[in-house]
Ligand binder design. Structure first.
Ligand SMILES: NCc1[nH]cc(CCC(=O)O)c1CC(=O)O
Length: 304
């Protein structure tokens, strides 16, 4: 059998996620040889600049997609929250794995919780979604830009540049850093990015053999929830540059979606919810998007 080659970014988190997928594929298919193809992406090389000015988060995907088109790799492993709402037609998400912890983590060396931070404390995050929710709860905080991969961000916290930072729980847990989590910021009070905590496998749309191979890793409940969240984002034209949060759960046959659009500067947040049948993730996502727009989210999305 020809080996299955997996394109991956080179950050510690990306490599962990790719090794995880490789191990699960080897366990499912003992005869299969699985190889990693680590690649540098433009998104990794320009982390110090605003991603919006250089083409958005899709930059992390592009090189991995080129590798698949060139036949250098068969699949690519992604954090689904970083995957654009629309994939280019030659690609599909062949599997979505069971979601890990979907929530954000409050991380600090000196303070036990967001509420316990002293007045005017410095909190590092470059996520507009996190900034908007921080401002809403604590208008007194000084919010400071913080980029880089998980270990870079923790290093800057430990160097004393911030009193606290906010990261995804899933990334910390995967890297064995869960003891750094001082407080989990959970729904309904605090909402994560759509698809946070979920790993997705992308492959060529025409490659049905590979799709069959990786399809065994599909987790249906996660797929339904992230499709609902992504339908909301798509309808709102969400990208990493707009403060949009979405969190969906599946309860038996019912999807429950909570959405939020915020403004990082003022901390104004508009929220909406909807429920619907598990067979209708798109309708549930679009219903929440419409309710957010009806409640005034359009002005926040337009930047004011
Ligand atoms: N923005 C980068 C990114 N993309 C995915 C994760 C965490 C893992 C996940 O959500 O699956 C992170 C780190 C973070 O936001 O702290």
């Amino acid at each position: 059998m020809t080996p299955l080659r997996i394109a991956t970014r080179k950050s510690a988190l990306a490599l962990w996620q790719t090794e995880h997928v490789a191990a699960r594929l080897r366990a499912l298919h003992p005869q299969l040889q699985v190889e990693l193809v680590p690649l540098s992406t433009r998104g990794d090389e320009v982390l110090d600049r605003s991603l919006a000015t250089i083409g958005g988060k899709g930059l992390f995907l592009k090189e991995l997609e080129v590798a698949m088109l060139d036949g250098v790799a068969d699949i690519a492993v992604h954090s689904l929250k970083d995957v654009p709402m629309e994939l280019d037609p030659p690609f599909v998400l062949a599997a979505v794995l069971e979601r890990a912890d979907p929530f954000d983590a409050f991380v600090s060396n000196d303070h036990a919780s967001l509420a316990a931070l002293p007045h005017g404390a410095r909190v590092g995050t470059s996520s507009l979604r996190r900034q908007a929710q921080l401002r809403a709860r604590r208008p007194d905080l000084e919010l400071v830009d913080l980029r880089g991969n998980v270990n870079t961000r923790l290093g800057k916290l430990d160097a004393g540049q911030y009193d606290a930072i906010v990261l995804a729980c899933a990334g910390l847990q995967r890297l064995g850093l869960d003891t750094r989590i001082r407080e989990r910021l959970v729904a309904p009070d605090w909402l994560p990015a759509g698809a946070q905590g979920a790993i997705a496998i992308e492959c060529r749309a025409g490659d049905s053999a590979t799709q069959a191979l990786v399809g065994a890793l599909e987790h249906e409940a996660t797929r339904l929830c992230v499709e609902t969240e992504r339908a909301m984002n798509r309808r709102l034209h969400g990208s990493c540059q707009v403060p949009i949060a979405a969190y969906c759960t599946l309860d038996g046959s019912t999807l429950h979606l909570s959405g939020l659009v915020g403004d990082a500067a003022s901390g104004r947040c508009v929220r909406a919810e909807a429920s619907g049948a598990r067979k209708s993730p798109t309708a549930v996502g679009e219903a929440v998007a419409q309710r957010l727009l009806d409640a005034g989210a359009g002005a926040l999305l337009a930047g004011g």
